[in-house]
Ligand binder design. Structure first.
Ligand SMILES: *[C@@H]1O[C@H](CO)[C@@H](O)[C@H](O)[C@H]1NC(C)=O
Length: 267
């Protein structure tokens, strides 16, 4: 912000600092939305917990010759919960280029130390203790958002097992469902076009592909079509059968028309 307060006696330094901070905020819009940042924070934390567990495994056999002398046992048990081991593990939690990760470890190192020295017996799952319950960047599976609300369809089987819950397991998202291709609707209980229901109750829905001739259907055969797919037509028995496009001579004079299931080609 230009010259310091000494050269501008009329302006209190605090106001100048506030002005600078405000300007920074206005000039640097957040690159990610809040929801995206929350999701990223959770995956960063999950990465840290995974690397911590990897570090535990990698250091498990350290300082241990394989024999079982009393001296080794004693050294081992000392090392097991030592600060030395913790430091070794923490050093390998993040790749040096991973800013988010290094930031998170630095910011919460005291929590990790507290867990290591006092809490890991009682709360052996670091991910759960650290990421979900302590720094609150993740949620239990099947829940989403700042307050870890249940996903649509419930936390046991989000989206009734037929889709993905937005923000599942993170403090981001809105809990809505993106359904697998067979399913549709807010709760992924309805069948998409081209699929029909083979099981449906309050909690479960199974949709199965229609016959290839149907656009929509109520069963598995070409007689169960509600509408035929393009290139297919209803016959006298109201089954969808292939339309012979070649009957209408759609090709150029010198070409040969080849009728195929649901289509045709000119050779
Ligand atoms: C719904 O169907 C599923 C799968 O067949 C079954 O396990 C479940 O008990 C059924 N629920 C009810 C309420 O009938």
């Amino acid at each position: 912000m230009g010259p310091g307060p000494a050269s501008r006696p009329g302006r209190p330094p605090l106001a100048a600092a506030l002005c600078a901070a405000l300007l920074m905020l206005l000039l640097l819009p957040p690159a990610l939305g809040a929801g995206e940042r929350r999701r990223l924070a959770c995956s960063t934390c999950r990465g840290i917990a995974d690397r911590f567990n990897q570090g535990l495994a990698d250091t498990a056999k350290k300082n241990f010759g394989g024999g079982n002398t009393a001296w080794e046992e004693k050294t081992l048990s000392k090392y097991e919960s030592s600060e030395i081991r913790l430091v070794e593990i923490i050093e390998n939690l993040c790749d040096s280029s991973n800013f988010e990760c290094n930031n998170m470890v630095e910011e919460h190192e005291e929590h990790i130390e507290k867990w290591w020295f006092k809490l890991k017996k009682k709360y052996p799952d670091l991910f759960k203790w650290f990421c979900i319950e302590t720094i609150e960047v993740c949620c239990p599976a099947g829940t989403y958002g700042p307050d870890c609300l249940a996903c649509r369809g419930g936390s046991e089987r989000p989206c009734h097992g037929n889709g993905h819950c937005d923000g599942d397991g993170t403090r981001g998202g809105d809990g809505s469902c993106s359904c697998n291709k067979e399913y549709t609707g807010d709760f992924c209980l309805d069948c998409s076009n081209g699929y029909f229901s083979t099981l449906r109750n309050e909690t479960h829905s199974v949709c199965t592909a229609c016959h290839t001739a149907c656009k929509t259907c109520t069963g598995s055969s070409n007689k169960d079509c509600q509408d035929c797919k393009e290139g297919w037509i209803k016959n006298e028995e109201s089954a969808c059968v292939d339309l012979d496009e070649c009957a209408a001579s759609p090709c150029k004079d010198h070409q040969y028309c080849l009728n195929t299931d649901g289509s045709f080609s000119c050779k």
